[in-house]
Design a protein around this ligand. Structure first.
Ligand SMILES: *Cc1c(COP(=O)(O)O)cnc(C)c1O
Length: 405
């Protein structure tokens, strides 16, 4: 079959099923307000939690680094692609996270692949929350892990009930006769609901099972914990040598990239072994310099994190007072539960017409019947922005009978 026809048929089928995506084009900086497809909107859909994506200091740092070093690194880190800025960024991330060392990657997705594929393989055991991010699921598949235990979301009692099954797997040697490695892996903050993983209990379980605990903190960094140090900091769990923390540099840090942080030997082992470090190029010069500045801004002051939470409080309290169900969120991520998929889509569409851009979240991102719109406030917003959003969401909610009229 001719290639063009082959793919065109697949796209037609997706179109018929209503699963074809359209990609909005952002024509301005990412801020509290932005321009999308020619229209100006209040931005409640970016992961720009503390407003660093277009922060003047971050932009300037990138520009200065370009003048000094150029743009590209033209090689993998292990050959001739390591710049002093990469080492500075890794050191500053380790300092920020209160860990011994960190390794940066070109995305959070790759950081998850690296953390998981380097630590476990065939015959090892991965214990995973059912709502973990797609990159964790892909990482487990890539690592060829065949002993998987999935537990119900945040259900540590349910996980404990699986101990006999897990211990039986642990007692079954791998093909080479060795004892399997066990890891528990979870998101730190879950992006669809804004709830936190019960990390203290998971760490306790990890200790009982002699397992590593891998925490993907993509939505926790820059958001929860002192100065936005993340979910580990929020729970005061620093310094445990069996915790492996994965992060993204593409959300609150405002640029692009990912990292793994933990004990020094873990970082060194990843640099030696991770295919996502050895066989793909390093972060670009402007990205790296911008990220060093982002970390510096968060370290210097917690003002942006406080502004984010103050804005989130206005938004959440306003919506709850209006009668909305904001689910189980414990973080600035604010779902507005609407139930039906068609209502979530209509809600987002009507808000867009009112100048507010939000993301409709529908099956398969969440369970059927649990559709919602998701709002992500930012330190780049003003309190007035939040009140404006509450007013518009309330008006649309009444029109669509999500609220009683
Ligand atoms: C966004 C996200 C990632 C991927 O990060 P990128 O830097 O965009 O590749 C990984 N895990 C979770 C939980 C995320 O939300």
């Amino acid at each position: 079959m001719p290639g063009n026809e082959f793919f065109a048929q697949k796209l037609e089928a997706m179109k018929a099923a209503g699963s074809l995506r359209v990609f909005p084009i952002v024509q301005s900086e990412q801020g509290g307000h932005f321009t999308v497809d020619g229209g100006a909107y209040l931005n409640l859909c970016s992961n720009n939690y503390v407003g660093l994506a277009a922060h003047p200091r971050v932009k300037q740092a990138a520009q200065e680094a370009i003048e000094k070093y150029g743009v590209g690194t033209t090689s993998v880190r292990a050959l001739i692609g390591t710049n002093p800025l990469h080492l500075e960024l890794e050191a500053s991330l380790a300092r920020f996270k209160h860990t011994e060392d960190a390794v940066v990657f070109t995305s959070g997705y790759l950081a998850n692949l690296a953390a998981i594929q380097t630590v476990v393989g065939r015959g090892d055991i991965v214990i995973s929350d059912e709502l973990n991010h797609a990159s964790i699921i892909d990482a487990v598949a890539l690592a060829k892990v065949d002993r998987k235990v999935i537990y119900a979301h945040n259900d540590t009692a349910g996980l404990r009930a699986k101990f006999p099954e897990i211990r039986a797997l642990q007692e079954t040697p791998k093909a080479d006769g060795s004892r399997p490695v066990t890891v528990i892996v979870t998101d730190g903050v879950f992006s669809m609901d804004g709830d936190l993983a019960p990390l203290p209990e998971l760490l306790e379980i990890a200790k009982e099972l002699d397992a590593f605990l891998i925490v993907d903190d993509a939505h926790g960094e820059g958001v929860v914990g002192d100065h936005g140090r993340g979910a580990i900091d929020h729970f005061g769990l620093h310094g445990h040598e069996n915790i492996i923390e994965v992060g993204t540099l593409s959300k609150a840090f405002g640029v692009v990239g990912g990292f793994v942080t933990g004990p020094k030997s873990l970082a060194e082992f990843l640099r030696q072994k991770a295919r996502q470090f050895l066989f793909t190029n390093a972060l670009s010069i402007p990205d790296t310099a911008a990220l060093i500045e982002s970390v510096k801004i968060l370290e210097e002051s917690d003002a942006l994190v406080k502004t984010l939470w103050a804005n989130a409080a206005i938004l959440k309290e306003g919506l709850r007072a209006a009668g909305f169900d904001t689910g189980r969120s414990e973080t600035p991520i604010t779902p507005v539960m609407v139930g039906e998929e068609s209502v979530a889509r209509a809600f987002a569409k009507e808000l867009k017409a009112e100048g507010v851009l939000v993301t409709p979240i529908v099956f398969p991102m969440v369970a059927q019947g649990a559709a919602r719109i998701r709002l992500i406030p930012s330190a780049a917003h003003t309190p007035e922005d939040m009140r404006f959003a509450v007013d518009k969401i309330t008006a649309v909610g009444r029109r669509l009978n999500v609220l009683s009229p």
